[in-house]
Design a protein. Sequence first.
Length: 243
Amino acid sequence: MRPDTWRMFVDPTILRFFGSGLMETISLSLAAIVLSFVIALVFAFGRLSKRPWIRWPSIAYIEGIRALPVLLLIVYFGIKGSALFRPVFGPEFELSRYWAGVLGLSLYTSAVLAEIIRAGIVSLPRGQTEASRALGLSHAQSMRHIILPQALRLMVPAMMAQLTTIIKDTSLVGTIGVFELVRQGRVVYTQFFNPIEVFLFVAAIYFVICFALSQASRRLEVGYTPKAARAKIREVQLRDQAA
């Protein structure tokens, strides 16, 4: 370590440089969580469907994607993303590195969130569904107005925890050339030859953000989630970590 290089971390120019990387990291995380939530809803309902031709492809997607490394998905979209979308958007279409990273993160996260959503729905008492059907609501109306709002409330802590995971996973997007926080750190230490100091500074930024989100997730979990539902959702998260 070089103590003389610590002064650079109070230089406004260096701080702005890291700030731009932090904004890119946050932007990637928010875009990925929104996109993955939309995809996850589709596959969660697909997995709960009673129709085999809907349920089995949904299961295959969820289990297949969760078994893949996030880095592999990010690199795949970074290399092949443009070719994938050219049949839809035309031969001149070029997928930006930013959106290649978002798609890679979203694809994996959607599979994890789909299981969390399914666990939240399944954890609700069956009486909720029976009561809504007794009121004359169809399955779709029951799911939209009764089941899903309650399930989403239960899933807020788990989704906050998943946002923490996405923020850390954005560090992998630098492999395809997106200048997020870690990539900005690499640029700095190649100029000042102080990788340990730079990565300690970057690690401190990640710690502050992720610790704050982790604490918020715990408070929401205690306040919003019943014990049985909490156990079922945590089981999904542990199974995902083991995979």
